[in-house]
Design a protein around this ligand. Structure first.
Ligand code: MTE
Length: 292
């Protein structure tokens, strides 16, 4: 199955179009996407691992829990509010989200702060396409994101050990960077629930916890927003959280990582290997002691 899919993906543009009349985002629907020059040529991690080794604390704290429990997430109907320091605040439903910009396949490295990594063939569009549409005002210095939270179908914050709803944030220039993706799918199909359906953020040069799942609110703000992991342990998880082998986590080294499926640890690349594109965003900032 996996090999067939790989061969198929290699054959050209990503997949069959969605069936006529079918909503763009029905679970497991095929997506059409063009290939992106931002993709790595590294071998993608098998679909099985991408969908059964997850962090989605709302559905459990063990890696296999989200694949077992995320079926409880209702992804349709869905809407996202885009508000705050913008000239044109808006509420988008799923069809509108899928029409914001042409879909691209972006094969990105994905590095978790816990030292494992994958290579994921995402499908999505740049976050900047959505942000431009709402016309940010001069007060928009940061973007704050919020995940869905439903206490009836998800863990309680006490049990998960972090606050819900899960919240994250980016500085405006990070949010506008062409690498920053809103993903609606992977491996040629709409996102599996456990990977953050119906759409999630992907910021490939930062630790995976910045890539917030199942987004329901995007707010443009003047001050640096709070973020879930920083609220839970501010000395361990900073606001920036750029992948950085020189800044160790207080409880473990970040110099090496384990690519899922490999035995030996490999060296961690600064900015997860995206330094040529993003290092200039942080000129003059002390990324080890201050802006970690
Ligand atoms: N988003 C929400 N809402 N809840 C979470 O627990 N976990 C984060 C991030 N986004 C998380 C989240 C972490 S720690 C990582 S490493 C990535 O999602 C994992 O994404 P994946 O399961 O698709 O690999």
């Amino acid at each position: 199955m996996y090999l067939n899919r790989r061969r198929f993906l290699a054959a050209g543009s990503v997949a069959l179009g969605a069936l006529r009349g079918m909503p763009a985002a029905a679970a497991g629907s095929k997506l059409t996407a063009t290939k992106s020059p931002f993709s790595t040529s590294e071998e993608p991690t098998p679909l099985e691992a991408i969908t059964h080794y997850n962090n989605f604390y709302e559905f459990g704290t063990d890696k296999e829990d989200p694949s077992k429990n995320a079926y409880k997430l209702r992804t349709s109907p869905w809407s996202v509010k885009v508000e705050g320091a913008v000239a044109k605040p808006t509420v988008l439903d799923l069809d509108a989200i899928f029409k914001i910009a042409p879909l691209e396949e972006r094969i990105y490295r994905h590095r978790c702060v816990e030292r494992w990594s994958m290579v994921i063939p995402w499908i999505g569009f740049p976050l900047n396409a959505l942000l431009k549409r709402v016309e940010p005002t001069s007060k928009a210095k940061y973007v704050a994101f919020e995940s869905i939270y439903d206490s009836k179908t998800m863990l309680s914050p006490q049990y998960a050990g972090i606050q819900f709803p899960y919240i994250e944030g980016l500085r405006m220039d990070e949010a506008m960077h062409p690498l920053t993706l809103l993903a609606v799918g992977l491996y040629g199909e709409s996102l599996p629930n456990q990977d953050g359906a119906p759409f999630r953020l992907v910021v490939p040069w930062k630790y995976g916890f910045k890539s917030i799942k199942s987004i329901v609110k995007i707010r443009l703000v003047e001050k640096e927003p709070s973020t879930t992991w920083n609220l839970s342990a501010s000395n361990e998880y900073g606001f920036y959280s750029n992948v950085n082998p020189e800044r160790d986590h207080p409880r473990w080294s970040q110099a090496k990582e384990r690519r899922i499926g490999e035995f030996r640890m490999r060296d961690t690349a600064k900015f997860n290997g995206y330094g040529d594109q993003v290092a200039s965003l942080y000129t003059g900032m002390d990324l080890v002691r201050k802006y970690f």
